[in-house]
Design a protein around this ligand. Structure first.
Ligand code: IPE
Ligand code: IPE
Ligand code: MG
Ligand code: MG
Ligand code: MG
Length: 293
């Protein structure tokens, strides 16, 4: 199986492919004014690029080059960056730090931060439509737009005044706000790799991706308590400060860690007998279990 170091190298390779193409995309669609600067500020720096990596990795697992999934990966990272800008706004989580630097609205102001998020969302779909032939573009648009709507639905549950107090509701919120984009990342990669949804492997990838998406948000909840500002690049302890319902606040740290372990194992199990090409995806599941930022 791909090692932890192997995966770190893979993420670095993804960044090398992704970043020049992202710069080009930003410039093509929006010449250098303040909106461009605000979009670039949040799209370009500091992210782990885990969604982009998942997309490219799944495409490769289907036997095609990762470059085939590059534009889809950019679409995913645009939606993700937009979600983070809006998530940090004073009216949402009110977070001053993101990816090791001041949040978008701390630099550009709330109004411009909202607009930068809006424009990144549009750019995601523009990138898909200009990069893929008709039927694939439609398929990818379908996957990404439904995930974007689900992400927002999850965020709306997150800010609802009624605190969720049951594990079932908490899991639903996490699946929506974070899981949906992880699922899209994997399935968009599969679609770029030519996999039809009638293929039995599609279902396995669907289960795997839902599990790692949930696992990722559980580990995010844990890291909010166990991590530091420096390591996370965002404000640790923010969930407690904001009185958020999380896996840790609901179950306690120990049970949250057990749940994480269980869900990650379920993700790996979903890829049993998938073929050797699923090994790197299993490594991502392990990475999510052990990550420190
Ligand atoms: C943070 O996502 C928001 C969540 C959905 C938990 P990431 O931890 O992937 O953020 P970056 O892209 O690496 O900054
Ligand atoms: C964010 O969840 C999920 C999104 C859709 C952006 P969090 O609010 O826990 O993410 P962080 O901790 O600020 O990155
Ligand atoms: Mg939030
Ligand atoms: Mg937040
Ligand atoms: Mg968090």
């Amino acid at each position: 199986m791909m090692s932890f170091i192997g995966l770190k190298n893979y993420l670095d390779e993804v960044k090398q492919l992704l970043h020049p193409e992202m710069e080009r995309t930003l410039l093509n669609h929006n010449k250098s004014d303040i909106l461009h600067e605000a979009m670039s500020y949040s799209l370009m720096d500091g992210g782990k690029r885990i969604r982009a990596a998942l997309c490219m990795m799944t495409c490769e697992a289907m036997g095609l080059d990762r470059e085939k999934a590059l534009a889809a990966a950019i679409g995913l990272e645009c939606i993700h960056a937009y979600s983070l800008i809006h998530d940090d706004l004073p009216s949402m989580d009110d977070d001053d730090m993101r990816r090791g630097k001041p949040s978008n609205h701390k630099v550009y102001g709330d109004a411009m931060a909202i607009l930068a998020g809006d424009a990144l969302q549009g750019m995601a779909f523009l990138k898909l439509s200009e990069s893929y032939p008709g039927s694939l573009a439609t398929r990818l648009t379908n996957l990404l737009s439904s995930a974007a709507v689900k992400m927002v639905a999850g965020q709306s549950l997150d800010i609802s005044v009624d605190q969720l107090n049951q594990e079932e509701s908490l899991e639903r919120m996490h699946r929506l706000k974070t899981g949906a984009l992880f699922k899209a990342a994997v399935l968009m990669g599969a679609a770029c790799g030519g996999l039809e949804d009638s293929d039995p492997r599609w279902k396995k990838l669907e289960i795997y991706s839902k599990k790692i998406g949930l696992a990722f948000q559980i580990s995010d909840d844990i890291l909010d308590v166990t991590g530091s500002d420096d390591l996370l690049g965002k404000t640790a302890g923010k969930d407690t400060a904001n009185n958020k319902m999380t896996y840790v606040s609901l179950l306690g740290i120990q049970k949250a860690k057990e749940k994480l372990k269980l869900v990650v194992q379920e993700a790996r199990d979903a890829l049993d007998k998938f073929s050797d090409t699923g090994d790197s995806l299993k490594a991502v599941a392990t990475f999510i279990e052990n990550r420190d930022h």
